[in-house]
Design a protein around this ligand. Structure first.
Ligand code: ADP
Ligand code: ADP
Length: 232
């Protein structure tokens, strides 16, 4: 379970203090698809960076399975971070590596032996429907295919949480729907918790069970997608 308890984040800028996140309370159950929606500047990326241990909250606590993320250092922080897979708007693939080698990269970093990481990468190729493209380079793929590589790579270390940070924002509507269907399939098949961060309401409405709506650093509404979107 992921829990944000009274979390605030202030940045010090040349114009003074800037509150990026203000008293946020969010609880995400294991296996849930949870949406965080809001316009640019609402504080979504700041929440993600704090959840990934890249930044510490100024106030409040963020827990994953009861562990306070801000208290983890060194090896324990690295182990925790392997439990979180991330996908991004611009895919963040390595252009000089083939599909299979991009997918196997996290396993290489984790020093998994070659035969084992190739076997795992092949399974992931199948899972995301990229059979036949293993030896293509990212520049030879469509946007949707690149994001499938991103998803497979995010799953390589068998995370328990997958964070999608505007991962469909650069894709056309049909491709967006394909990627969302894939996230839903993976969520069901692997019992993975999915955090869908986006400014696109329809993406949330399509696959999320619960949603938090953010504005100016605050959660202004939260609950089931049915309840929140029923009252426009
Ligand atoms: P979103 O992801 O919803 O677009 P962000 O979390 O990126 O929102 O930003 C929230 C607010 O915090 C914005 O006003 C942004 O300018 C500010 N902000 C984000 N990161 C930093 C930073 N490193 N230093 C100063 N201000 C920041
Ligand atoms: P978009 O998603 O806007 O269409 P691209 O798919 O072209 O963007 O590129 C995604 C990201 O990869 C961008 O941040 C871009 O700077 C980077 N990139 C593009 N081409 C290369 C390359 N040949 N080598 C390394 N990085 C690249």
């Amino acid at each position: 379970m992921i829990r944000f308890k009274d979390v605030s984040k202030e940045y010090t800028t040349k114009d003074g203090a800037l509150t990026a996140v203000s008293d946020v309370n969010i609880e995400v159950e294991d296996g849930e698809i949870f949406g965080i929606v809001g316009y640019s500047g609402a504080g979504k990326s700041t929440l993600v960076r704090m959840l990934d241990g890249l930044e510490a909250p100024t106030k409040g606590v963020i827990e994953i399975d009861g562990t306070d993320i801000a208290k983890l250092y060194g090896h324990k922080l690295r182990v925790q971070r392997q439990k979180i897979g991330m996908i991004f708007q611009h895919f963040n693939l390595l252009w000089s590596r083939t599909v299979i080698d991009n997918i196997a990269l996290p396993l290489e970093i984790a020093k998994v032996p070659k035969a084992k990481r190739l076997a795992r990468a092949k399974e992931l190729v199948k899972l995301v429907g990229l059979e036949g493209r293993e030896h293509s380079y990212p520049s030879e793929l469509s946007g949707g295919q690149k994001q499938r590589v991103g998803i497979a790579r995010a799953l390589a270390n068998e995370p328990t949480i997958l964070i999608s940070d505007e991962a469909t924002s650069a894709l056309d509507p049909d491709t967006t729907n394909e990627v969302l269907d894939l996230l839903l399939k993976i969520n069901k098949q692997m019992n993975l918790t999915v955090l869908l961060i986006t400014h696109e309401m329809h993406a949330i409405a399509k696959i999320c069970e619960k949603v938090a709506v953010m504005d100016s650093g605050q959660v202004v509404e939260s609950g089931t997608v049915f309840d929140v979107f029923r009252h426009p």
